[in-house]
Ligand binder design. Structure first.
Ligand code: C2O
Length: 554
């Protein structure tokens, strides 16, 4: 591999969408941010220089960070944030991954504006396991707030209420024609007839699972979270925040399609309670004439609505369950699925929303006058004021974190039936410590305390195999016998079904401190997160090296 240098200047930039101009935090003045392209085996160095008043850190979402945990990026987990006027060089080597990932700010809600594509090409002269595409196109889904997203979440945390929703969804930063004052802010994909395009889909939205489809076109899924999957065809995709999916788009033949346009669209999947944004971001697929020109398509809102692709209903859980069951690892000689067959340590984590008592002298606008909160095994995780990785590495955990994160819920209850009487959660900074090379199984059980809801669960530093999933309560007697240990999908983010559970397995072969959390930023802010400490192994190449000298201080 080669060394690739990048410079990320964090600066304020005026950006206009929906006829609303605001000054916002960006990388190099771009929204979405710059694209990073590297090959498997390359060493990537990104110098992040902070020129804004906010503290910041950047996470390379899905990068394994083998023995480079100091470059993972979540604030107060692996590093103190980069303060105004400071800089930090992220330094990692890409091993055993190829496909689409992304990067984003990892502190408060700054990732609303600070995110971009991270493409990992196979090693030189190594082909894709599918036909070489004519062109590759990143498609980043996001959200746009007229307000400052930082203000939106801090106000919600103060009142205990759910935060305001965004003003639009976006494709590559553009809201598309179905919002007010946005007709000129539409993503257009120009294509030639009879070709294959690789679309690199990334859901960078803060709080929404999204359905996506292109009218009159079938897509072939070939990769998820930078790992190839067994190809399958679909007209509609579901993609959770944090997930990436590569699909092949075969364009129609010339006679059928020259000079025609088709609408692509995304809108949320949502089963929870409370407010959500049921709007649609649309983009346009334009077929070129042979000479490369396109007919300037003029649409009215009504004509676009009549051309929208069909998407499942907003609460289309059966589509989601069926769709996610189609993902399978290649599991062949070249790309084996190394699923842990035996398990050294088993965990059962409940995942869900709850509430915490309203502080005295305050009125709270959460459920029944409480504050919204979220938890795993009833623990709502609080970020410390210094980084866990540093305090662990230097043996100074006192007052920073404790190692008593429970293996099982303290008081089991019927997770998908009547909610327990006392839904209050406990706050804490609790971690699980595991030995190097432990093989781990975690059952993640959604709770329905405030109504069933899906949770895109993301793990740092690892990919995991999704060996099982189901609705209702996990049944430890009968469910494990149905686990797929042959070709389960391997990924870094998975949706825990609304009113159900998933089971994951991974081998703890990467020493460090690794965050695991819901990738809905609102749930993350409410405490739906925990961390693993994976101890060093005995051999030199099984140890986390000391931190770089420019590691930020708190
Ligand atoms: Cu994409 Cu911890 O995040």
């Amino acid at each position: 591999g080669i060394i690739r240098h990048h410079k990320f200047e964090i600066r304020l930039q005026n950006v206009t969408r929906l006829c609303h101009t605001k000054s916002m935090v960006t990388v190099n003045g771009k929204f979405p941010g710059p694209r990073i392209i590297a090959r498997e085996g390359d060493n990537v160095l990104v110098n992040v220089i902070n020129h804004v008043p906010n503290n910041i850190s950047i996470h390379w979402h899905g990068i394994r960070q083998l023995q480079s945990g100091w470059s993972d990026g979540p604030s107060y987990i692996t590093q103190c944030p980069i303060q105004t006027g400071q800089s930090y060089v992220y330094n990692f080597t890409i091993t055993g991954q190829r496909g689409t990932l992304w990067w984003h700010a990892h502190i408060t809600w700054l990732r609303a504006t600070v995110y971009g594509t991270l493409i990992i090409l196979p090693k030189k002269n190594v082909p894709y396991p599918f036909p070489k595409p004519h062109k590759e196109v990143p498609i980043l889904f996001g959200e746009w707030w007229n307000a400052d997203p930082e203000a939106v979440i801090s106000q919600a945390l103060q009142t205990g209420a759910g935060p305001n929703v965004s003003d639009s969804y976006t494709i590559n930063g553009l809201p598309g024609p179905l919002y007010n004052c946005s007709a000129n802010e539409t993503f257009k994909l120009k294509v030639k007839p009879g070709k294959t395009y690789l679309l690199r889909l990334i859901n960078a939205a803060l709080n929404d699972d999204l359905f996506f489809s292109i009218a009159n076109h079938t897509l072939t899924v070939v990769e998820a979270d930078a790992l190839y999957v067994k190809p399958f065809e679909t007209d509609i995709l579901l993609i959770t925040p944090g997930q990436t999916t590569n699909v092949l788009l075969k364009t129609k033949h010339y006679l059928a399609a020259a000079n025609s346009t088709f609408i692509m669209a995304a809108r949320p999947y949502f089963t929870g309670l409370g407010i959500f944004d049921n709007s649609t971001v649309a983009g346009i697929l334009e077929y070129e004439y042979p000479n490369g020109s396109v007919s300037s398509s003029t649409f009215t809102n009504t004509s676009i609505k009549s051309l929208l692709p069909t998407l499942p209903p907003i609460n289309g859980t059966s589509f989601v369950a069926n769709f996610s069951s189609k993902f399978r690892s290649l599991a062949n000689v070249q790309f084996p699925a190394n699923v842990p067959k035996k398990v050294d340590r088993q965990f059962f984590f409940t995942v869900g929303l709850g509430s915490s008592p309203c502080p005295k002298n305050q009125t709270c606008q959460g459920p029944n006058g409480t504050k919204f909160s979220a938890s795993m095994n009833n623990i709502s995780f609080t970020l410390p004021t210094t980084a866990i990785l540093q305090s662990y590495f230097f043996g100074k955990s006192n007052g920073v974190f404790t190692t008593d994160f429970p293996r099982f819920p303290l008081v089991p209850f019927n997770y998908t039936g009547t909610p327990p009487n006392n839904t209050f959660v406990a706050n804490g900074t609790k971690v699980v410590v595991v030995k190097f090379n432990t093989s781990i199984e975690v059952v993640l059980q959604g709770t329905s305390i405030l109504g069933a809801e899906s949770h895109p669960l993301h793990m740092h530093g690892y990919n995991f195999f999704v060996v099982g999933q189901g609705f209702g309560n996990f049944d430890p007697k009968n469910d494990p016998s149905k686990f797929n240990l042959v070709d389960p999908v391997e990924r870094n983010t998975v949706g825990i079904p609304s009113g159900g559970w998933i089971a994951i397995r991974f081998l703890a072969d990467n020493p460090g401190v690794w965050f695991m959390h819901c990738h809905f930023d609102v749930h993350l802010s409410w405490g739906l997160k925990m961390a693993w400490i994976v101890l060093d192994g005995k051999l030199p190449n099984q140890k986390l090296p000391p931190p770089p000298s420019d590691l930020p201080k708190c």
